[in-house]
Ligand binder design. Sequence first.
Ligand SMILES: *[C@@H]1O[C@H](CO)[C@@H](O)[C@H](O)[C@H]1NC(C)=O
Ligand SMILES: *[C@@H]1O[C@H](CO)[C@@H](O)[C@H](O)[C@H]1NC(C)=O
Ligand SMILES: *[C@@H]1O[C@H](CO)[C@@H](O)[C@H](O)[C@H]1NC(C)=O
Ligand SMILES: *[C@@H]1O[C@H](CO)[C@@H](O)[C@H](O)[C@H]1NC(C)=O
Length: 421
Amino acid sequence: MVRPTPALAAAALSAVSSVVSADVNHATLEGMTVWGYQGWYTGNWKWFSPAEVIAGPPTGDQRVLTDYIPYVADYPEECREPTNFVLADGSTANWYYSNCSAVVEKHFQYMQKYKIDGVFVQRFDGAANPNDQYYEAGVQVLQWVRQYAEQYGKYFAVEYDYSGLKPSSDPSTYLSILKDDFTKTVKPLFDSPSYIYQDGKPVIEIYGGGFDNGGTGPQFQSLFDTMASTGVTPWKILGVPWTWQQQQPPANDPNQNWDLFQSVDCIQPWGVGSYNSASDFANYYKNALKTGKATADSLGIKFSPVIHAGTENSNAAFNKSSGVPKGAFGQGRANSTLLQYSLGNVTSADLKPHFVFGAMFDEYTEGSQILPALSWNELPPNPNPGFAGYDDGADPYVYLDIAGQWTAEFHRTWGQQPLSP
Ligand SMILES: *[C@@H]1O[C@H](CO)[C@@H](O)[C@H](O)[C@H]1NC(C)=O
Ligand SMILES: *[C@@H]1O[C@H](CO)[C@@H](O)[C@H](O)[C@H]1NC(C)=O
Ligand SMILES: *[C@@H]1O[C@H](CO)[C@@H](O)[C@H](O)[C@H]1NC(C)=O
Ligand SMILES: *[C@@H]1O[C@H](CO)[C@@H](O)[C@H](O)[C@H]1NC(C)=O
């Protein structure tokens, strides 16, 4: 197993800087490795379709929506949902609920045990709308994240996902929903000692700027401006496509994205889908991350790479004409080496980004999770309708372990003490 070398740790360690706000010390984003937290498993609907039937070997138009089966042995029974899938050992496969406090608490216990800094909680534009079916569940998960981050000495921030914005979207609707959500639900979190700050400002990421057919540069600027209009200017991170550097004005910038890119504090090109093997990663590192960091430096903004453990999205994206789900594509994780290589490179002094974002902590749907999952030889054998597994013999917690090892290494790169107690 490739691990960072602790020998490098010796030189000049300094304490992580912190700022004072609302009479509490907040940890600073610089040097952190954070993971995206979906918290969206609020029922069978996110694991299986249709949601009303008990999940099991699909018949007719039924579909499995997850690429991996979660490992749920650490969750109490009331947080699990039994399925009709029978595992290789004859036991029943279970889903779990994100909106169960013991699940969120266990996740923070994992972060403590494996020395992972924390998470960016994903907040989709729809889910921030009180009319949304899952609004209450999302707010509940966010409150538990705060509670357990504080209890276990971990850190979090909020990331809005506005990838659903269209140039034709009506600003009077989405801006007022954002303003309400930011004011009522998100701003109160800034008082938490676990909320992540930078330069005295609470960190907020908005994902989805600069994508084809997505919202325009001015629309995304208005999202940040709306937050600032409530009296708190966040430290602004923008999630963009990995091809963002090509959108130079005037010829390649019809949606005025370049001005937006220059106006934020930190740019974060999305990395899921950009590589699936060590050699792909080498190209990505050279052509998107190294050049992206140099471009961000030249614009005077910070840079954050996105890495992942391997990802596929085979089952959720399945459609009949594209063929059967590709369970075996889970080999794309290369038995954990893909995560090791990608973290090893982005946490090095050679790139030294402002912070590292891992996609994702809990996303079994696209198969990018670092949470424990079942291995190939545990999956339902007759037949396996397209689940991928971790390698036989691998520790189910291997990805949490690797994430923590490189988190410590990245703090060393920044000359910091690890944040974990
Ligand atoms: C989780 O959220 C769903 C959707 O709102 C709700 O039906 C369910 O009761 C919630 N589960 C728990 C344990 O609160
Ligand atoms: C299904 O997959 C095919 C082939 O990849 C694609 O052309 C088509 O658009 C997909 N249909 C839907 C509804 O996504
Ligand atoms: C960087 O990635 C390459 C594969 O692209 C790998 O061979 C190398 O070991 C990685 N470096 C570190 C420090 O992990
Ligand atoms: C994957 O790694 C585990 C140790 O983490 C090892 O036991 C297993 O043999 C490996 N599998 C493959 C296919 O290399």
